[in-house]
Write a protein that binds this ligand. Structure first.
Ligand SMILES: [Fe+2]
Length: 327
């Protein structure tokens, strides 16, 4: 498998302070927070890198204003990196940093980079869940999450002028696999043969101009998705759409407007696909976007977290009730 997913997303932004707060509230771990560069990490150590948009050595922007400037793809061997360098050098500039990170550009002008992956394998963090036929969580209340550190960067989505050209570039030259199509309107692709449903989704741009749509972050499960979304909405960030559930990829989602460009998405429970997966052709329509969704988040202004009595207090109260003592 030459590439195994997204190692980092680099943004060039108009307002570093606002973006730093946004990704901190989003739940990412701050690794470095300088005026000219800030780095945040998910649980698997994939990174969000923020730089002022005028930074000289950033790849060229695909649009005006704050946006994604480069996606760094993780490779699993030096030989694969060499192969990619040879392939891309045929018709475009390729530069290599001292640390071995290779930089180039894709066919719609987005900066792309490649390095030996620095992400770590996530430990199994599943929590016991109860279903009607199987009780895994016994005599233990479930967790209610607030701030959640996302597990990984799952995918990036762009509106682009020519999806066919990009399908050819990513599949034929970088070894990506197609996961699904929005017939005539979009293409979902993944970097490896096996993995989460998509790492890239390109949508045909109605205006003919390229732009960032969103960057998506995985969370462990539904409890984390709702906890993270409620917490983030409570920090007064603007909901773009969600929560809801997609048809394509099966994932649950919650999107928020991002000051670094486009939106960011929490998602969970997406399809895991392999070489045996056959791409589907979906009719592009509003009903294809989601099985259900809420347009503006979840309103809970009047709901404060409940106070749970301690076990001793409950026992004491029961004893008092039995003894006829009024609370
Ligand atoms: Fe998404």
């Amino acid at each position: 498998m030459p590439l195994n997913g997204i190692d980092a997303v680099v943004y060039g932004v108009a307002n570093m302070e606002k973006c730093r707060k946004y990704f901190s509230d989003w739940g990412l771990k701050k690794i470095f927070g300088g005026k000219n560069k800030s780095v945040y990490e998910t649980r698997d150590r994939s990174q969000i890198i923020l730089c002022p948009q005028a930074t000289k050595d950033l790849p060229k922007a695909i649009q005006r204003g704050s946006t994604v400037r480069e996606i760094v793809w993780g490779a699993t061997s030096k030989a694969d990196l060499k192969r990619i360098e040879k392939e891309l050098s045929k018709d475009r500039d390729v530069t290599v940093d001292k640390d071995g990170t290779m930089h180039s550009v894709d066919d719609f002008g987005l900066g792309i980079a490649f390095r030996l992956t620095r992400r770590r394998k996530l430990k199994d963090a599943r929590r016991p869940m109860n279903s009607a036929s199987c009780a895994e969580r016994v005599n233990t209340p479930a967790l209610y999450h607030t701030s959640v550190q996302p597990t990984h960067i799952g995918h990036c989505v762009f509106a682009v002028p020519d999806i066919k050209k990009l399908e050819k570039f990513y599949t034929e030259r970088l070894g990506f696999s197609v996961s699904d199509y929005y017939t005539g309107r979009g293409i979902f692709m993944r970097a490896g043969k096996r993995g989460g449903h998509h790492n890239l989704f390109f949508l045909e741009a109605e205006t003919g101009k390229a732009s960032i749509n969103h960057v998506a972050f995985g969370v462990e499960d539904l409890h984390e998705l709702f906890g993270a979304g409620l917490h983030f909405q409570g920090q007064k960030h603007k909901v773009a759409v969600g929560p809801g559930r997609h048809h394509v990829s099966s994932a649950y989602f919650w999107y928020f407007d991002c000051p670094a460009g486009g939106a960011t998405e929490y998602f969970c429970d997406e399809d895991f696909v392999t070489e045996d997966w056959a791409p589907g052709h979906w009719h592009p329509a509003p009903e294809t976007f989601a099985e259900w969704f809420m347009a503006d988040g979840i309103q809970r202004e009047n709901l404060l977290p409940p106070t749970r009595e301690s076990r001793d207090t409950k026992i004491k109260r029961k004893k008092n009730v039995r003894a006829g003592v009024k609370a």
